[in-house]
Design a protein around this ligand. Structure first.
Ligand code: DOR
Ligand code: ZN
Ligand code: ZN
Length: 406
């Protein structure tokens, strides 16, 4: 049963909150789904969360998620996928268009909107492109981006015609791409010609990262990397078999190091899970589908890296909260600020826990990180001022579609 959202004044006290690059001991007062006050004093509230020993960061925004609804709901739907997000500390996700049917016209977008109402975290949509849906692209309402697939992967949205791609760029809409290897270079040429921006999903190799850093266009280029390409390599793929098969494929250690260097140097802009669930029985077939789940492991993996000294918390918040909000112009999210939406993730840095397949909320119930012991976990997820994940249980409280603006 879905509960109506309770708009109760809520106080988070005794925690250290992340604001402007530093952690400060402040209380957060929440009302009507918004951060009303960030203060030293204790405001009266109906409900009080004691965040002693914990860190409060802006809710994680995952810009790249494949919820499989409509059409492939045996793999995931908006309820199961959003519950997985809540458990992983993710308060907003942007859904990809390669569903069945794909999200390539207004009617299908509206249908997806209707289906997504059961989501327990906030959501937005990337719109799909085909060889002949330019008018639909121009008129699509409230979308994060137009996604162009240039390489074969799940679904049937591949476009090779560079003329068509250039026309899509010329619509002036935000563009997100699945482009691998030399296809990135081809897009860089289109960016040079049109002066438009592009968001490259899951950049996975040293060479690809170099292509994105062409000095003429690098200010118009945004780079996403996935946790799987940061924490696994082709060596792991030897052990994991098809459970480590995704597009783009896992790369060599040297590529992985280049991605980490990109994070340190600021050439990587966001982390996206590319949560792409497929059932184990599907992955075990000879002709298995590509993709792995990731909503529940992204934040613990990144927090573990912070604990290991491989990543600064400041960089984590930039990559996983601030930049996704800025790049896709998501309104009132990504920062802990008065007046902003009360989407918050509370993390326990010293907590050590193992990733366990059987504890996952995703319908596919497996992870390539099964058995990994990680230090640093989300212990509470607050969405629109409601405690959706309290460290143990997930409540089915409906969330909202995001809005975009300047
Ligand atoms: O491995 C992948 N799986 N890469 C993609 O680009 C799509 C995704 C999926 O939808 O399964
Ligand atoms: Zn992709
Ligand atoms: Zn994807």
């Amino acid at each position: 049963m879905l509960q109506k959202p309770i708009k109760m004044p809520l106080l988070i006290k005794n925690g250290r909150i992340y604001q402007n690059g530093v952690l400060t001991a402040k209380n957060i007062f929440i009302e009507s789904g918004k951060i009303r006050k960030i203060t030293d004093s204790e405001v009266q509230a109906k409900e009080v969360i004691d965040a002693k020993g914990k860190i409060v960061i802006p809710g994680i925004i995952d810009p790249h998620v494949h919820i499989r609804e409509p059409g492939l709901t045996h793999k995931e739907d908006f309820q199961s996928g959003s519950r997985a997000a809540a458990k992983g500390g993710i308060t907003t996700f942007l859904d990809m268009p390669n569903t069945m049917p794909p999200t390539t016209n207004a009617e299908r977008l509206e249908e997806k909107r209707r289906l997504a109402r059961k989501s327990v975290v906030n959501y937005g949509f990337h719109f799909g492109s085909t060889l002949d849906n330019l008018d639909e692209i121009k008129n699509a309402k409230n979308i994060a981006s137009v996604k162009i697939y240039m390489d074969p992967t799940t679904g049937d949205l591949k476009i090779e015609d560079l003329g068509v791609i250039e026309d899509i760029f010329k619509t002036g809409r935000m563009i997100a791409l699945h482009a691998e290897g030399d296809n990135i270079k081809k897009i860089i040429e289109i960016i040079k010609k049109t002066g438009k921006k592009a968001y490259f999903c899951h950049v996975s190799s040293e060479k690809e990262l170099q292509f994105t850093q062409d000095h003429e266009t690098k200010n118009n280029v945004l780079v996403e990397v996935t946790p799987q390409h940061l924490f696994l390599t082709s060596e792991d793929a030897e052990k994991l078999g098809s459970l480590a098969e995704m597009k783009p494929r896992l790369k060599a250690r040297r590529d992985q190091e280049a991605l980490w260097k990109g994070i340190r140097e600021g050439t990587v802009d966001t982390i996206g899970t590319d949560h792409a669930p497929h059932l184990l029985e599907e992955k075990r077939k000879v002709s298995f589908p590509y993709g792995i789940p990731g909503l529940e492991t992204m934040l613990p993996l990144m927090l573990n890296a912070v604990n290991e000294g491989r990543l600064e918390l400041k960089t984590l918040v930039k990559l996983c909260c601030e930049n996704p909000a800025k790049i896709f112009k998501i309104k009132s999210k990504g920062f802990i600020k008065e007046g902003y939406d009360a989407d918050l993730t509370i993390v326990d840095m010293p907590l050590v826990k193992e990733v366990k397949n059987e504890e996952l909320e995703t319908k596919c119930k497996w992870s390539p990180f099964n058995g990994w012991k990680l230090k640093g976990w989300p212990v509470m997820t607050i969405v629109n001022g409601n405690i959706v994940f309290d460290g143990k249980e997930i409540k089915n409280i409906r969330a909202k579609e995001v809005e975009y603006g300047a």
